[in-house]
Design a protein around this ligand. Sequence first.
Ligand code: ADE
Length: 226
Amino acid sequence: MHIDILTCLPRLIESPFSDSILKRAQTKNLVTVNIIDLRQYATNKHRTTDDYAFGGGAGMVMTIEPIDNCLTDLKSKRTYDDIIYMSPDGERLSQPLANELSLKKNLILLCGHYKGVDERVRQHLVTREISIGDYVLSGGELAAAVVADAIVRLIPGVLSDETSALSDSFQDNLIAPPVYTRPAEYKGWTVPEVLLSGHQAKIEEWRHEQSLERTQKRRPELLQKP
Ligand code: ADE
């Protein structure tokens, strides 16, 4: 998979990709992530990528030209499955949506900043909009990092334990069961006996019951979903 992330503030998004699972996925060549500074595609003297809003009002708007120039350049090199604009108005990120996106080959994530992008970018250039929740961030960069993380960890081979992405919370509309590690007793706080029993079938049964119980208690609405 290849992901291009377009931003006017590249530093805001660089670090999530230089550590842990996102880094390992790139080192293993399972994904390439390219962070692109939109200023490179600005044609004006000061390489600005924003301007005042027509009609007035506070806040700058990202201009269409650098975004269009950048997209034209990228599209001359690859075919993209989706050009995604990160926006609080978009389709809400969920595990099924992350699963769907993890099957794509080439994706563009466009990060808005300030007041967002000129509406014509949304009308004519992007194919999809994604929100990570009903709150407004200062820009799309952190949201793009969240989307990229949720997708990349699902690519086969990225996680060392192949089954662990499948046993995540939400993968089957259930919250993940509790996990424990050594020591088996700490300050008198013990680990459930069954986990130390070595009886795999009983352990799986216990985990499933715990998942159901937790979901019922914390997120009962998940159990209503088809
Ligand atoms: N940009 C600003 N807020 C956002 C959100 N909640 N989701 C995605 N992109 C955003």
